[in-house]
Design a protein around this ligand. Structure first.
Ligand code: PDD
Length: 287
């Protein structure tokens, strides 16, 4: 069934939503995005995503095409029109479509940003069977650009990483730079040792995950110990547990890293508990 999507101020059937071939998102990956989860027909951590979007736009000197209150309204309207109970809302803003291809940024007065939102219906998202079995991951060298804190649509290397994982019979890849894990291809990476949750500290090297912020807050509130620092693949292979977080997977256990099994190859109790707390608390504050 055709979705109703949002493009530059209008709601329309997905097949009618067309963007110019000169759009800088298409020609130059000159765009940023957000993925917000919907549970029980409500938005999880909308404010976190809206604030990060503003930051991404600012870092790239890109004009915001919409006021934040209006953005919330568009999200809600899309949830309603597409009857989403569990799923995702994808949002993308690009630097728009100038008259021709040019490396130089167009004048924002003459070239408005392009904004697109669409829904992805995912019934059973919170009950994913993968959370019970856990993920197998491989490690690969992090070959992305150096501003991973900006959520840009340059996702070719993460896509390649997922394909490498698939070819190796695994579910995802962790990216390694200078001997330390930065993050997963589309998630933040964690290990647990002696009850302590260890995850890379925030910097330009990783995306500042909205789920990461919430999970660490809930963990600290539950008196769990958290350490924000880099770790190696070897340390991860010797950890008690590992997991990843993202808007679309919440807290997802990792049970194998480059062939080394963690916790006998089964999800551990800390990751399971964090997933439970995250889902419970996030549902409470969903809007
Ligand atoms: N990915 N790191 C990377 C590289 C990501 O692409 C993502 C999110 C995260 C987690 O961020 P958050 O908790 O805010 O979702 C970390 C989204 C879900 C995606 O690309 O589909």
């Amino acid at each position: 069934m055709s979705r109703t999507v949002y493009l530059n101020g209008d709601y329309m059937p997905e097949e009618d939503a067309k963007v110019s071939i000169f759009d800088r998102g298409f020609l130059m990956a000159d765009g940023v995005y957000e993925v917000t989860t919907v549970l029980d027909g409500k938005l999880i951590d909308f404010t976190g995503h809206a604030v990060r979007l503003q930051r991404s736009l600012k870092e790239l000197d890109m004009a915001s095409p919409i006021e934040m209150e209006d953005l919330l309204e568009v999200h809600r309207e899309l949830v309603k029109r597409n009857n989403i109970d569990e799923g995702l809302i994808y949002l993308q803003v690009t630097r728009g479509a100038p008259a021709d291809r040019d490396f130089v940024f167009p004048d924002p007065e003459k070239t408005p940003s392009t904004i697109v939102l669409f829904t992805q219906n995912k019934p059973g998202l919170a009950n994913s069977p993968a959370a019970k079995t856990g993920m197998k991951i491989i490690s690969i060298e992090d070959q992305r650009w150096a501003r991973r804190d900006i959520k840009t649509v340059q996702l070719l290397f993460p896509s390649m990483g997922k394909m490498m994982a698939k070819a190796a019979g695994c579910d995802d890849a962790w990216l390694v730079e200078d001997g330390h894990v930065t993050e997963g291809t589309s998630n933040n990476a964690y290990i647990i040792k002696d009850g302590k949750i260890i995850t890379r500290n925030l910097s330009n090297d990783i995306l500042h995950g909205i789920t990461r912020a919430a999970v660490l807050r809930f963990a600290r509130e539950a008196q769990m110990e958290v350490e924000e620092r880099a770790f190696s693949i070897e340390e991860a292979q010797n950890a008690d547990e590992a997991f990843v977080t993202s808007a679309s997977t919440f807290v997802m256990p990792v049970v194998e890293i480059d062939g080394a099994k963690l916790g006998g190859g089964r999800p551990g109790p800390v990751a399971a508990r964090l997933r439970e707390i995250y889902l419970e608390e996030s549902r409470k504050t969903a809007i």
